[in-house]
Design a protein around this ligand. Structure first.
Ligand SMILES: Cc1cc2nc3c(=O)[nH]c(=O)nc-3n(C[C@H](O)[C@H](O)[C@H](O)COP(=O)(O)O)c2cc1C
Length: 181
């Protein structure tokens, strides 16, 4: 049963256009009273590049940052990953955040939301991520959502301005993520 949902914002840029989107999605999830939803911003998590002496699959961590990240991911029953596309792929901080752990991800559902400046909405990055998630045992929930022209969705106040059908599409993704357990 999915009780705790983490919305992972995968850009570490201080000007991230995805952060307002991730906040908006978090708000949609928080409207579901049975769910405890938290926004986890990889900029705030500020993980170093993986430097654990043992394999993450051993689960024996020496760095405090890894132990904290492990506790954060363990606390979630499911995830929504909000990710930009950089040069046709997913972001390095997202890959590092995944690789830093292993068993903590296993058998949990993940909804995927990608975005980009261009017309693809980051769908190629999302497809690139699928096999990585499969390796750590995360189960991708369908449908996924890809949002093109992300800059056009940022309002003058810095908030996210959804297109006409986006709330329905994201709610369908949230239904799938929370049902899939
Ligand atoms: C390193 C880098 C590479 C990018 N590559 C692409 C790309 O291949 N296709 C695209 O449509 N937009 C690309 N963009 C534009 C991003 O999709 C857009 O700037 C988006 O806002 C980035 O997400 P962020 O602001 O949350 O970091 C790229 C941006 C960066 C910083």
């Amino acid at each position: 049963m999915v009780r705790t949902l983490h919305v992972l914002s995968a850009s570490t840029r201080h000007v991230s256009a995805g952060r307002p989107l991730a906040r908006w999605i978090t708000g949609l999830a928080q409207a579901r009273s049975h769910l405890a939803t938290e926004l986890i911003d990889l900029r705030d998590i500020d993980l170093p590049l993986l430097d654990e002496p043992e394999l993450p699959s051993e689960g024996r961590y020496v760095h405090a940052s890894t132990k904290e990240w492990s506790a954060t991911v363990t606390a979630a029953d499911a995830f929504v990953i909000v990710m930009p596309m950089y040069n046709g792929g997913f972001t390095a901080p997202l890959k590092n955040a995944i690789d830093t752990l292993y068993g903590e991800w296993r058998d949990k559902p993940a909804g995927l939301v990608s975005y980009s400046a261009g017309p693809s909405g980051g769908a190629p990055a999302l497809e690139m991520l699928r096999p990585v998630l499969g390796r750590v045992g995360l189960r991708v929930a369908e449908p996924t959502v890809s949002i093109p022209g992300i800059a056009e969705h940022i309002g003058g106040d810095g908030g996210f301005v959804p297109g006409p059908d986006l709330a329905d599409r994201v709610n369908a993704l949230l239904d799938a993520v929370t049902a899939d357990a």
